[in-house]
Ligand binder design. Structure first.
Ligand SMILES: Nc1ncnc2c1ncn2[C@@H]1O[C@H](COP(=O)(O)OP(=O)(O)O)[C@@H](O)[C@H]1O
Ligand SMILES: [Mg+2]
Length: 305
C-alpha cells in the first residue's frame, strides 16, 4: 500500500455518521478526522448539529448510523466517563467549575490528591497548589494565588484553567464547545493562544464555534455543518478567510433570505386574496349600510323633535 495509509492513525475518525432523534435528522452522513497536533474547527450556525456531533464524540450519544473510531479502533462509549478514560476530554460551555472554590481546588475537582489515610485523609493543598501553578505556567498563565476563587477569574482565564486541567489529566483530544462565544475580542484571543499551546503539546483539538474570525487564525482544518449535513472539510491552504466567512454567512443568509422571500410571497398572495375578498364584502356591506342609513335618516327626519 502507499505510504499515505501507514501515516499516523487519526486520533478520531467518524465515517458517514448519522444521528436521528425520532423523525428529526440531527446529523446525516458526516465524516471527519482529527490528527494529533492539529486544530479541527467545527463551524455552523444554530441547529447545524455541532453539539450533537460532539456529544457522539464525547460518549453522550451513540451514532444511529456510521462508524466512530478512536486511534483506529471502533469506539463503543456508553458514557462521557468512558470517553474521558480513552483520553477524550470535553470542555462544555458551563465548564463544571465551582465559582467560590479556589483555582487549585477546581483544577483537581473530582480527582483530589490526598495525604494521610483513614480519618486523617485530607486534600493535599500544597501538592494541588504546586501542580496547578506549574501546569498553568506551562500554558503561559501566571497565577498569583492558586487559592483565589475561580469566580473572580475572567471568562477567558476560566476557559484556560479548564484547558490546562484537561491537558494535565492526560487528554489526547480536547473538545471545546464554543469557548469564545461569550468573550470579548481580547479574551477570545487569550483562549485561542491556549488552544495553540494544547496543539503544540501534541493534542488533537476540536474547536466548535460559529465565528469564522475566531476559527480562521487557529484552525488547521475546517469542517462546516449546515442543517445536519457537512458542507465539506477544508485544509487552511484550501480556503481563505473570506471564503470561509462567505460559506458560513453566505450559505446561511442566502437561505434565510430566500425563505423570507418565499414566506412574503406566500403571505402576500394569501393576504392579497383575503384582502380582495374583504374589500368586496366591505363594499357590499357599505352599500347596504348606506341604503339602511338613508331609510333611518328619513324615518328620523319624519319624527318631530
Ligand atoms: N435530544 C434531542 N432530541 C431531539 N432533537 C434534538 C436533540 N438534540 C438535538 N436535536 C435537534 O438536532 C438538531 C441539531 O441540534 P444541535 O446539535 O444542538 O445543533 P448546534 O449545536 O449546531 O446548534 C436541531 O434541530 C435540534 O433541535
Ligand atoms: Mg450547540
Amino acid at each position: 500500500m502507499s505510504t499515505k495509509n501507514t501515516q499516523t492513525v487519526p486520533l478520531i475518525e467518524v465515517q458517514s455518521v448519522s444521528k436521528y432523534f425520532g423523525s428529526v435528522i440531527a446529523l446525516q452522513d458526516i465524516s471527519m478526522t482529527v490528527q494529533a497536533g492539529e486544530v479541527m474547527c467545527l463551524l455552523g450556525d444554530n441547529g447545524a448539529g455541532k453539539s450533537t456531533l460532539i456529544k457522539i464524540l464525547s460518549g453522550v450519544h451513540r451514532p444511529s448510523d456510521g462508524h466512530y473510531m478512536v486511534e483506529g479502533k471502533e469506539a463503543r462509549f456508553s458514557s462521557p466517563r468512558d470517553a474521558l478514560s480513552a483520553g477524550i476530554a470535553t470542555v462544555f460551555q458551563d465548564l463544571a467549575m465551582i465559582p467560590l472554590m479556589g483555582i487549585s481546588r477546581n483544577f483537581f475537582l473530582g480527582s483530589e490528591p490526598t495525604k494521610g489515610w483513614g480519618p486523617f485523609r485530607r486534600f493535599d493543598v500544597q501538592y494541588a497548589n504546586r501542580v496547578t501553578r506549574e501546569e498553568l505556567a506551562r500554558m503561559g498563565i501566571q497565577i498569583r494565588d492558586t487559592g483565589q476563587p475561580v469566580g473572580t477569574l475572567s471568562g477567558g482565564e476560566r476557559q484556560s484553567v479548564a484547558i490546562a486541567r484537561a491537558v494535565y489529566f492526560g487528554a489526547k483530544v480536547l473538545i471545546l464547545d464554543e469557548p469564545t462565544a461569550a468573550l470579548g475580542v481580547k479574551e477570545a484571543g487569550i483562549v485561542l493562544r491556549y488552544i495553540a499551546q494544547a496543539r503544540a503539546r501534541g493534542l488533537g483539538v476540536i474547536f466548535i464555534t460559529h465565528n469564522p474570525h475566531h476559527a480562521y487564525p487557529i484552525g488547521d482544518h475546517f469542517t462546516l455543518l449546515n442543517r445536519g449535513r457537512s458542507l465539506g472539510t477544508f485544509a487552511k491552504s484550501e480556503i481563505s478567510r473570506e471564503e470561509l466567512t462567505s460559506m458560513m454567512a453566505g450559505g446561511e443568509e442566502l437561505e434565510t433570505l430566500s425563505h423570507e422571500l418565499d414566506e412574503f410571497a406566500r403571505t402576500d398572495a394569501v393576504a392579497g386574496a383575503a384582502l380582495a375578498e374583504a374589500a368586496r364584502e366591505f363594499e357590499v356591506e357599505a352599500e347596504q349600510l348606506e341604503g339602511s342609513h338613508d331609510g333611518q335618516h328619513q324615518a328620523q327626519g319624519g319624527q318631530p323633535d
